[in-house]
Design a protein around this ligand. Sequence first.
Ligand code: TYM
Length: 344
Amino acid sequence: MTTPADIDVIPPRGDRPRVLSGIQPTFQLHLGNYLGALRNWAQEQERYDNFFCIVDLHALTTLPEPEVVRSSVLELAALFIACGLDPDRNVLFRQSEVSAHAQLGWILECHTPLGWLERMTQFKSKAGSGRERERAAAGLLTYPALMAADILLYDADYVPVGDDQRQHVELARDLAQRVNSMRGEVFHLPQPLIRTTGARVMGLDDPTTKMSKTTARSKPAHAILLLDPPDTVRKKIGRATTDTNPEVAEPLGAGVANLLDIHAALRGLTHDEVVAQFSGASYGALKRAVTDSINETLAPVHAQYRMIRGDEPWLLGMLAEAAERAASVADVTLLRAQRAVGLR
Ligand code: TYM
């Protein structure tokens, strides 16, 4: 039985390290989301005690249409499972159904120096400058404090993400240390878990910018979407930017390096192995190989997705049950944090 004194200490760890990660339900997921996050979560699910979150509160920072939020949440829940996450082994839940996220988010916002938030790369790029920044939602600025709450509520050891989220996970860690030094051992310190291939998939049309949902919405040639049919994948890869070399040769242009990285990540090869395999190959041959590796990976995902997405009552039931399991962990941490700051 939990006694009041127990509430103030971090609960003992189970056998397996704890993992938490999240994806925003905005627009369709792309290959970067798959290679930087989803695929890795599924491949490693046996090793960890897993919490994966559809971060619908975060999605509100861009003010999407309510109907888009509702349908994207279900699409993402179905994609989690279609990409191989077992709902019995992983807690696959929706952030807004666990009220502790918003509550701890506020406590952490109050402990976050404004300068930390203003320095975040994602805030600077998403909020723009001048007039555009004045109109940007305040939630874009405070977003990393809510993300820190997502992570810290579950006493997560690891946060498997793509490279673009490294700075946010580091902020969560800094924030945990700051609160711990002010108020005692409230939070467990998390670490980012980032792979060496596929952690930063670049835009197909412009390999100097990372593949992103925002750009994919206005420029279809920018990204492979996880639900793209095989022919669309072939056309998009066929049009992907390469460079002016006649064949694959070092030094690699950014577009060629990106295609090689995608192929390496999908086939489980290292950077050196994939460079050796394609050295001297024509760009046509490289693009055919990349197209095949993407389509072979996505075929089973599409088949599973079609089976699951139509059953909305089942998806909603699964999310509701997972939210209860998530809340049973998150509420303990929230209470500990509330007591530490004087709210209880
Ligand atoms: P989001 O929704 O933008 O992206 C979800 C995951 O996909 C990864 N990713 C990429 N990986 C490789 N190449 C790319 N081009 C690429 N684009 C995206 C991201 O790194 C991420 O792992 N703030 C987060 C969501 C979030 C979260 C959390 C993550 C909220 N709370 C707690 C971890 C823990 C985001 O916007 O991810």
